[in-house]
Design a protein. Structure first.
Length: 501
C-alpha cells in the first residue's frame, strides 16, 4: 500500500519494578557486547472505537512521536508475540491507508483517541562478535492516561526484548533464560495498550466464548469462526498478501454452506438473505481467481509437453487470451471491500451471532440435531454421485459431476462444523468428502480447460496459426477426465464407509 511500510515485530514483555535496572545481559550466549543507546522520550496516543473493537481483537493503532520511528503504527497480530507493524508518516488524522485496514472491524464507527502513553525508554542493543544487532532491549517507565471513556491513570515499568530483523526467534529464549535467573518474569499483558486499558477502566480486551453445549452453540461457534476469519483476512486482501483472496473466499463459502446445511437449527427466513449476500461476495472474490486457476493449469500443461508437440506461438496466445479474459482487478476488489453492501453484510453477520434466530432443534442434543443435518447432506451427495455414474460420458454427466462436487463441498463444511460435537466420525467424513471434492474438482477443471482450449484453437485458426498443440492438450484433458470418472466408484465406496455419523 502506498505511503506505508510493514515490519514483522517479534518481541516479549517482562514485568519490572519501578526502581529496577536492566539485568546484565553480557552472559547471554552469542552476545559479545551490550551497547547503551541512551534514553528516548516516547509519546503515543492510541485510537480505537468507543467500544474498543480493535483492542478486543488485539490490534493497536497509535500516533507516536519521539524515538527513531515517529509516525502512525498499526499492529496486526500474527501469532503469540509476533505482530506485523504497518507504519505511515505523521499526520494530524488517521491515515486513510491504515483506516482502510481496520474497516472490516470498525465499519462506519469513528476512530477516536482513547489512551495516551508516555514512556521514558532506556535502550540497549545486544550485538554479536561482528557488531550485528541481535535484539533491542529496553526498560520502559510508562505513564498511561485515559482520554476517552474515563479519566483514569496508571504507571508501571516493564522490560521489552525485540528481536532484530531476520533474527532467529530462539535467541529470545536465551535472553529469557538470563532474565529469569535475574528474577524477571513475563508480563501477563500482551501489549502496553492492553495493560493501560485494564488499569484505567477500559473494557476487557478479549471476547472469550463459553464452551458449546447445545446444537445451536456448536453451529454458532462455527459461524462465529468463519465470520472472524472474514474480518481478519480483510486487511491481508487489501495488502495483496499471497493466497489471501482464496482464503477469504473459502471462509465465505464455509459460512454460506453452514447456514444452508443447518436450516433446522438457524431459521432460514433470517439466514437465507445473508447466504445470498455471501454468495455475492464469493462471486466477487472469484472474478479473477477462477481465471488464474485455469491459466495455471493450461500453462503447466504446455510446459509438460515435449518440445516437438508445441507448434506455433502457443505460450504467447495463452498469455494474450488470459489477459483479455481477466474480468476484475485489485481496484475493483478494494471497491467491493469499501462498499456499503459488503459492510452491511458484516453488520448482518454480527447481528446473526449476537441475536441468533434459533429454532427448536438448536436447544437439543448436538449428537442428534447436528448428526441429522450432516446425514441429510450425505444422502444428497449420494443421489448426485449415483446419478452421475448412471449417465454415459458427455455433457450431462459432466454437469451431474459438477453438481455432486458442489454438494460434496457443502457436506465437507457441514462435517467440519460438526466435528467438535461428534468427534472422530465427523472429522473422518470431512476428510473423505475433501477427497471426493478434490477428484470431482479436477474433473470440473478438465471440463473448463477443454472449453478454453476450443476457444484458443478457434482464435489460433482465425489468426492463421497451427492449432495442433491445442488438440493435443484437449486429448490429454479428456484422458484426465476419464481417469477421474473411472476412479469415482471406488472412491465413493470409501466415502460411504465414513458416512455413519
Amino acid at each position: 500500500m502506498a505511503d506505508t511500510d510493514t515490519k514483522r515485530e517479534i518481541e516479549r514483555k517482562y514485568e519490572a519494578a519501578a526502581g529496577d535496572e536492566l539485568p546484565d545481559l553480557t552472559g547471554v550466549a552469542g552476545v559479545s557486547a551490550v551497547i547503551d543507546k541512551g534514553v528516548a522520550e516516547l509519546d503515543a496516543t492510541y485510537y480505537d472505537t468507543p467500544d474498543e473493537r480493535l483492542a478486543r481483537a488485539r490490534l493497536t493503532l497509535r500516533r507516536r512521536t519521539g524515538g527513531d520511528d515517529a509516525g502512525w503504527h498499526l499492529k496486526l497480530p500474527v501469532a503469540d508475540g509476533v505482530r506485523d507493524e504497518i507504519r505511515a508518516p505523521l499526520s494530524d488524522t488517521v491515515p486513510r491507508t491504515l483506516s482502510a485496514l481496520v474497516r472490516s472491524r470498525v465499519r462506519d464507527t469513528p476512530l477516536v483517541p482513547l489512551v495516551r502513553l508516555r514512556s521514558a525508554r532506556r535502550v540497549r542493543h545486544l550485538v554479536d562478535a561482528d557488531g550485528a544487532l541481535l535484539a533491542e532491549v529496553s526498560l520502559d517507565h510508562v505513564r498511561a492516561e485515559r482520554i476517552g471513556g474515563g479519566t483514569g491513570t496508571a504507571a508501571w515499568t516493564e522490560i521489552e526484548v525485540e528481536l532484530a530483523d531476520d533474527g532467529n526467534p530462539r535467541f529470545l529464549d536465551k535472553v529469557e533464560k538470563r532474565l529469569r535467573k535475574a528474577g524477571v518474569h513475563r508480563s501477563p499483558s500482551p501489549s502496553k495498550l492492553a495493560r493501560a486499558l485494564q488499569e484505567t477502566g477500559g473494557r476487557s480486551a478479549t471476547d472469550e466464548q463459553p464452551p458449546p453445549v447445545t446444537a445451536g452453540d456448536h453451529v454458532l461457534a462455527y459461524v462465529r469462526a468463519q465470520r472472524d476469519a472474514i474480518v481478519a483476512l480483510d486487511p491481508a486482501v487489501r495488502q495483496d498478501v499471497f493466497d489471501s483472496v482464496h482464503a477469504l473466499r473459502v471462509a465465505t463459502r464455509r459460512l454460506r454452506s453452514t447456514l444452508r446445511s443447518y436450516a433446522k437449527v438457524l431459521d432460514p427466513a433470517v439466514t437465507a438473505p445473508i447466504a445470498d449476500e455471501l454468495k455475492w461476495l464469493a462471486g466477487e472474490l472469484g472474478v479473477d481467481r477462477d481465471q488464474e486457476v485455469l491459466t495455471e493449469r493450461l500453462t503447466a500443461a504446455v510446459a509438460a509437453l515435449p518440445r516437438h508437440l508445441v507448434v506455433g506461438p502457443v505460450r504467447g496466445r495463452l498469455r494474450t487470451w488470459s489477459g483479455a479474459r481477466r474480468g476484475g482487478s485489485r481496484r475493483r476488489l478494494i471497491a467491493v471491500l469499501d462498499g456499503k453492501r459488503y459492510l452491511r453484510l458484516l453488520d448482518a453477520l454480527d447481528a446473526l451471532i449476537t441475536d441468533p434466530p434459533l429454532l427448536k432443534a438448536a436447544a437439543g442434543d448436538p449428537s442428534k440435531a447436528i448428526a441429522k443435518a450432516v446425514r441429510k447432506d450425505v444422502r444428497q451427495v449420494a443421489v448426485l454421485v449415483r446419478r452421475a455414474l448412471d449417465l454415459p460420458p458427455g455433457d450431462d454427466r459432466d454437469l451431474a459431476i459438477h453438481e455432486a462436487r458442489k454438494k460434496a463441498k457443502r457436506t465437507r463444511y457441514a462435517a467440519e462444523a460438526a466435528a467438535p460435537a461428534l468427534g472422530e466420525p465427523a472429522q473422518a467424513l470431512a476428510t473423505a468428502m475433501k477427497s471426493l471434492q478434490t477428484l470431482l474438482g479436477d474433473h470440473q477443471d478438465s471440463v473448463m480447460a477443454r472449453i478454453a482450449l476450443r476457444e484458443l484453437s478457434a482464435q489460433a485458426h482465425t489468426a492463421g496459426e497451427n492449432a495442433f498443440t491445442y488438440g493435443v492438450l484437449y486429448g490429454r484433458e479428456e484422458q484426465r477426465a476419464a481417469a477421474a470418472e473411472a476412479a469415482l466408484p471406488e472412491l465413493w465406496r470409501a466415502v460411504e464407509a465414513q458416512a455413519d455419523v
